[in-house]
Design a protein around this ligand. Structure first.
Ligand SMILES: CC(C)(COP(=O)(O)OP(=O)(O)OC[C@H]1O[C@@H](n2cnc3c(N)ncnc32)[C@H](O)[C@@H]1OP(=O)(O)O)[C@@H](O)C(=O)NCCC(=O)NCCS
Length: 237
């Protein structure tokens, strides 16, 4: 077995965040260039060791998850727009932060879009709040969250927007600003809704918007946005 095919250490930290058939896991950032296929290596062979580790660890974790979906080990090259080029029939997303990566994959028969993000569960500095939040989001944070938790809440909104962006970018191929989506957090269920204007919604498959989930665990905040391949009416029938 070549190093590129070696399984990642996979932990169950985010196992309950996303429902089947999505496969999601975190893994440590301890892979290196030897874990990459030739088609992947050129993306980071001149990068600093830390960047090589995060790229290689994400690919290794993705291959572990793809194996769980019955997929043989394949290269996941980096596209010109920096998105991972997933094998046919697969949607997926990769995030890394400090010392772990967070990866999710799913069959396109289940999801049209999938985005994940991981951030340290630390307050986001106040100077960034207006850049990340819409005026309504900011008013909601101030009105509904205790002062000590507001920075953490904006961190969650930031992460949710990153996950949203990753879930729709492969479909739109357009850079979106942080004001393009409004996150509505449901604290009781660990879900969030992604509000977009009608023009943006109309460009998404079936006019649907991604559904969001979040999880605070071990000092991290994990977010995921999933855009169903199936219209709501079909899912409830
Ligand atoms: C693309 C972006 C979201 C990545 O987020 P990040 O916090 O810098 O880094 P993360 O570790 O979470 O994610 C990096 C991974 O995202 C993936 N990625 C990169 N560009 C992507 C894109 N346009 N769409 C989907 N995934 C992308 C890659 O897999 C990358 O890891 P890899 O290079 O090792 O494969 C961010 O750099 C960016 O461009 N943000 C600006 C736009 C935005 O966030 N808008 C939010 C409001 S909608």
């Amino acid at each position: 077995m070549s190093a590129a095919r070696a399984p990642a250490l996979r932990d169950a930290r985010v196992g309950d965040l996303l429902p089947a058939p999505v496969r999601a896991a975190t893994a440590p950032l301890d892979a290196d260039l030897s874990n990459l296929f030739d088609a992947e290596r050129s993306a980071v062979e001149r990068a600093i060791p830390r960047r090589q580790r995060e790229f290689a660890s994400g690919r290794r974790c993705a291959r572990t998850l793809l194996a769980e979906l019955g997929h043989p080990p394949v290269a996941i090259p980096r596209s010109a727009d920096r998105t991972p080029a997933w094998p046919a029939g697969i949607v997926g997303s990769i995030s890394h932060c400090d010392d772990l990566c967070f990866v999710a994959v799913a069959p396109v028969s289940a999801l049209a879009g999938l985005g994940v993000d991981v951030e340290p569960d630390q307050p986001l500095e106040t100077a960034l709040w207006r850049r990340i939040c819409t005026p309504d989001e900011l008013a909601g944070v101030v009105a509904a969250r205790p002062t000590a938790l507001r920075g953490h809440t904006v961190r969650l909104l930031f992460s949710a927007k990153e996950a949203f962006y990753k879930s729709v970018f492969p479909l739109l191929r357009e850079v979106l600003g942080f004001q393009a989506v409004e996150i509505d957090v449901d604290w009781a269920t660990g879900r969030f809704r992604c509000g977009v204007d009608e023009a943006l919604r109309a460009r998404l498959p079936g006019g649907r918007t991604p559904e969001g989930r979040f999880l605070h665990r071990d000092g991290w905040v994990f977010t995921a946005a999933t855009l169903s391949a199936t219209p709501l009416e079909a899912r409830s029938s």
